[in-house]
Design a protein around this ligand. Sequence first.
Ligand SMILES: Cc1cc2nc3c(=O)[nH]c(=O)nc-3n(C[C@H](O)[C@H](O)[C@H](O)COP(=O)(O)O)c2cc1C
Length: 217
Amino acid sequence: MKVLHIDASARQSRSHTRRLSALFIEELRRSCPDLSVIRRDLALSPPPFVSEKWIAAAFTNEELRTEEMRHTLRVSDELIDELLASDLYVFGLPMYNFSVPAAFKSYIDQIIRVGRTFSFQPEQPESYKGLIQRKTAVLIAARGDSGYGPDGPHWSKNHLEPYVSDVLRFVGVTSIKTVAVENDEQGGLSLQQSIAAAAGALRAIAANLSPALLRSA
Ligand SMILES: Cc1cc2nc3c(=O)[nH]c(=O)nc-3n(C[C@H](O)[C@H](O)[C@H](O)COP(=O)(O)O)c2cc1C
């Protein structure tokens, strides 16, 4: 099984998403010793923003691209190759101002590519098709406040899990699990309980996930 492990927290220490994504990988290794992990730290190495050159290159047919266009798309191609080569995606996602960190938004902009991760017919508006099939994603979120879950008072302001899930579904990923830590700002018992619940949920996901993925490999 191949795993793409991405962290995006600007905090290298004290980060809940980093600690929990690492814990999840360790849990997976327990049941899958030959686990192969591709690692990306978007806080240390943020992908470039899309540019006018990038857009021109991405929307030029592959066989007509110049050497410069190919060079412009090099990072995007590398990130997409990693996605296609992996069975499971593990994304550590702190909430920054109700959504993902900017580095992760840059990552999204690099991996949504016509002809590589989605296709469409120009004359048919509803013809979008995701090209990434049979993958599973685990989103590990963290936030300072509480109540951002589906039943909470701040759910409508949560532009993280719903947004990332929409992006993943757009490229064809339909198996998406989400776990979140809340109350980082409050701290104390409420934070400890939230971390313990998230860790427990991740252990359960790892235990149920690996045999299924191994069978499909
Ligand atoms: C720039 C920034 C923006 C943040 N915005 C929010 C927010 O909109 N809502 C919230 O509940 N917490 C917010 N927080 C708190 C973080 O989501 C929280 O500290 C979380 O634990 C960060 O993830 P990490 O522990 O992996 O670093 C913000 C923190 C930072 C640094």
